[in-house]
Design a protein around this ligand. Structure first.
Ligand code: ASP
Length: 348
């Protein structure tokens, strides 16, 4: 009986896995040829290979990626501003234990969670970010409030929290973000830190310790480009370490004249190489395609420097690029033709 059930379950999972053809239409009614809206999302880059993911895990990731992608796309179809779509899709991933953002965020050295997020609007380059927040349920919502309701761009720690709660955001206990998988990763990390602290913190992107950041870029019906990113950062981070995700220009960037980008990877490199803004600068000043610009930075500049990770990027025409120099990157997109793509590994 048990064998029958497990065979039945794995058949269902396989059917589920295979039901995701790489390209399908977003709408049953077959989307019109040009909606002039498009969306791309990521759920982190790293050593993500078939060997590291069971079919059930793979199916679970594909399912939540599809859900977040389509939820964001529906908002875009309704004609709302791109920020609403970005926040909607990111919040679904913040609420999923599978990603290193919100619930399921990695642990700091002191066994807490410190969350970072940012959002940028390409129409006026308005931007908002929070860093090292511990009790805001949705860091991306807080980042957007910084953008719209404050004169600042980046708020950190307790100050950011007081601001967010004064604006009515939901407060949760830090333990709300707990998960056993990330706690196990912290325990493993601490053993490695005891052996060689410097080697641990400077190691390339590692499946156990820093992957699962989430991000969304969109082109909305008004022709606006918007980007947002949310993360728990890196496992065992100390001393208030802040990565690239809340840094405008590094982890997130949007300008209607060029492109919108959300990054994931070894944050210190993304900050030093100003990755998101560099891609958009190449689009604007060198007239490179989004594909070429993003690939030159991720597979050229960043890789040569020893930085690992990837980006999702979109230009003003809705062209999408999703390069990464790691084994895999959780990613999904719906282009201006309505074609849906969901990928995890190198090729699919
Ligand atoms: N970029 C994030 C950080 O360094 C981590 C990640 O994207 O996986 O905080």
């Amino acid at each position: 009986m048990h064998t029958f059930l497990s065979t039945f379950a794995s058949t269902l999972i396989m059917l589920h896995v295979f039901s995701f053809a790489p390209f399908v239409k977003a709408d049953d009614e077959q989307a019109t040829t040009s909606n002039n809206i498009a969306i791309a999302i990521h759920g982190g880059a790293g050593t993500i290979s078939k060997a590291n993911l069971s079919p059930a895990q793979e199916a679970a990731y594909r399912e939540i990626l599809e859900k977040a992608l389509k939820a964001g796309y529906e908002v875009l179809k309704s004609g709302e501003d791109g920020t609403v779509a970005v926040i909607k899709a990111i919040q679904l991933m913040e609420d999923s234990v599978l990603f290193n953002a919100g619930v399921g965020a990695v642990y700091t050295f002191d066994e807490e969670h410190e969350l970072d997020a940012s959002i940028m609007h390409g129409a006026d380059r308005s931007a908002g970010a929070v860093a090292g927040v511990k009790t805001i349920r949705s860091p991306i919502a807080a980042a957007n409030l910084v953008r719209t309701e404050s004169v600042h761009v980046l708020l950190s720690g307790e100050g950011a929290e007081s601001f967010a709660f004064a604006k009515g955001l939901e407060k949760v206990d830090n333990r709300y973000f707990n998960s056993s998988r990330r706690l196990d990763a912290l325990k493993k990390a601490k053993k490695e830190i005891l052996k060689d602290e410097q080697a641990f913190y400077s190691a390339p992107h590692n499946i156990d310790y820093k992957y699962g950041t989430v991000g969304v870029v969109v082109l909305d019906k008004n022709g606006n480009l918007v980007a947002g990113t949310s993360t728990g950062g890196m496992t065992a981070k100390r001393y208030g370490r802040v990565g690239d995700s809340p840094i405008i220009g590094a982890g997130t960037f949007a300008d209607n004249n060029s492109c919108a980008v959300s990054s994931t990877g070894h944050g210190e490199f993304f900050i030093r190489y100003n990755v998101a803004a560099d891609i958009c600068a190449r689009v604007e000043y060198q007239q490179l395609s989004i594909e070429d610009a993003a690939s030159k930075v991720i597979n050229g500049v960043l890789k040569d420097a020893g930085g690992t990770g990837g980006v999702i990027a979109i230009d003003a025409q809705g062209n999408i690029a999703m390069p990464f120099n790691t084994e895999g990157m959780y990613r999904a997109s719906i282009d201006t033709k309505g074609d849906v793509y969901i990928g995890i590994y190198g090729n699919d």
